[in-house]
Structure formats: C-alpha cells, structure tokens
Design a protein around this ligand. Structure first.
Ligand SMILES: Nc1nc2c(ncn2[C@@H]2O[C@H](COP(=O)(O)OP(=O)(O)OP(=O)(O)O)[C@@H](O)[C@H]2O)c(=O)[nH]1
Ligand SMILES: [Zn+2]
Length: 184
C-alpha cells in the first residue's frame, strides 16, 4: 500500500499494488474514484463497491496489478454535494441533472496526479479495467498510455438500474450487459 499527497487539493491518495511493478509488460490497473457510500458503506445505489472488489479479485487472479484509489468522491464534487445530489435524485433527477442543478458539471474529476504516481512506479502502459471511454480519453490527453480496456461490468442490482442507464445514456459508458468474471 502506497500513499501519495496531492499538494493542489491537499488530498491523500492510495495505491494498492501486487506483484512486480518493475516488469516492462503493461500493468493491469483499476483507477477507482472514491465512493464512501458504495465502497465503504455497501450502498446499492451505484456499482462502485462491486467494481472495487472485482478489480482486487482480478489482480489477485493475475498476480500482478494495481488499484489507484483516487479521492475524487462524487465524481469530484465531494461527499456532501453527492448527498445533496442524492436528495435531488430521490425527487426525480438523474445523476447528471442533479450535478448540474447544484452548479457542477456531470464529471469534475481530474487525473493529472496519475502521471507522477505512474512515474514513481516506473509504469508506462496500462491495461485498464473500466467501462468509461471518457476516463480513457482523459488519461490519453495527459499522456498516459492505455494499451487495452478490459470491460468491468459488475454490481448491477434493482436499486442502481437508473444510475447505470444514465451512465450508458448520458456519459457514454460501454455496457454490453455481461457481468464480471467473478460472477460468470
Ligand atoms: N455526483 C455523483 N457522483 C456519484 C454518484 N454516484 C456515484 N458517484 C461517484 O461516481 C464515481 C464513480 O464514477 P462512475 O461514473 O460510477 O464510474 P467511472 O469510474 O467513471 O467508470 P468505470 O471505470 O467504468 O467504473 C465515484 O466517485 C462515486 O462517488 C451520484 O449520484 N452523483
Ligand atoms: Zn458509488
């Protein structure tokens, strides 16, 4: 477990690694955005907790990889604003509309910090577990080489249907309807 301090935001980030990071082969990785409710409190409103668990499971299976756990709660709007967004969602808004009603963009995350983090480990190429094309695009724009995308679909349940439909419909997430290897 490696800790990183980000001057700009004063946030502490964490990377969990397994296996030899110095090998030249592309690294199996999950870039996970903090979700206290899903990751730590077992909320079923989103798929974050299941995705985190599936990523750890996959890395353990493969024997080499890393989870970059970035403290970008609520797609970067913070926990208290996410709670406000949840109230708006309970009144009918989807996740994007709720963010916008609060004066934020749909996704306020930044990934610049990953550059020095990857450099610290000497990692040059990633095999990334994600369904989010905008995340891959954002990473490429800051010069991070994502050589492969691995579908990361898991955690669908009756409570997060609308949330996942909004990710697919408005945020462009690539859901093919399959679930993760751990559930197949
Ligand atoms: N603002 C807001 N953020 C949310 C909501 N539900 C989950 N999040 C945050 O969304 C982030 C996860 O982003 P997602 O869009 O679910 O997934 P992703 O990381 O972009 O894409 P994947 O790599 O495919 O998982 C976490 O920071 C969560 O806290 C919500 O209703 N509103
Ligand atoms: Zn979540």
């Amino acid at each position: 477990m490696h800790g990183f301090f980000e001057q700009e935001t004063q946030k502490e980030h964490v990377v969990l690694t397994m296996g030899d990071m110095t090998k030249p082969e592309p690294l199996l990785a999950r870039i996970h955005s903090e979700c206290l409710t899903g990751d730590g409190l077992f909320s079923l409103r989103c798929d974050c907790g299941a995705q985190l668990q599936a990523a750890l499971h996959k890395i353990a299976q493969v024997g080499r990889g890393a989870v970059f756990y970035l403290r970008q709660e609520g797609r970067g709007i913070g926990l208290l604003n996410k709670i406000k967004a949840y109230h708006l969602q309970d009144a009918g808004a989807d996740t994007v509309e709720a963010n916008e009603a609060l004066g934020f963009g749909a996704d306020m995350r930044k990934y610049d910090l990953l550059k020095p983090m990857l450099e610290h480990f000497g990692v040059k190429q990633l095999r990334l577990m994600t369904n989010n094309p905008r995340k891959i695009q954002a990473l490429r724009e800051i010069g991070i080489d994502v050589v492969e995308r691995l579908a990361h679909e898991t955690g669908r349940n009756p409570h997060n249907q609308k949330y996942l439909d909004t990710k697919k419909g408005k945020l462009g997430h690539m859901f093919e309807g399959s679930q993760s290897e751990s559930e197949e």
